[in-house]
Design a protein. Sequence first.
Length: 121
Amino acid sequence: MTPPPLPGQPGTDTLRLATTANVLLPGAGLFILGRRKAGAIYAGLFLLCFLIVLVLFLVGYANYLTTAMDPDLLQGNKLEQIGQGFHKEWLMALAGFGVVIYALSTVQFSRVKGGFAKSES
């Protein structure tokens, strides 16, 4: 039988919830475990990257549809420029930045979670 967690220490259910939250949104697990500032920074940066990627993609897709449905598609160089509206470089850079944020959040979360696990034993 395991003893109850010490006051101020998260229980097993809280650690599971924090782990699940951190997988879904980087920084959310840190926020749950009491590292509110770090968790908010990671989550905010990740959500900002996600929002910018979403907006860039939707604007590019709207431009793509507008160009693709244009009756003068074969006039000039419209057909050659149809894929340039997606800003692939920006999308890839922001996706890379999101992966870095995810990795940093996971590393910090595992350290914080490991500290709580050591204090329980």
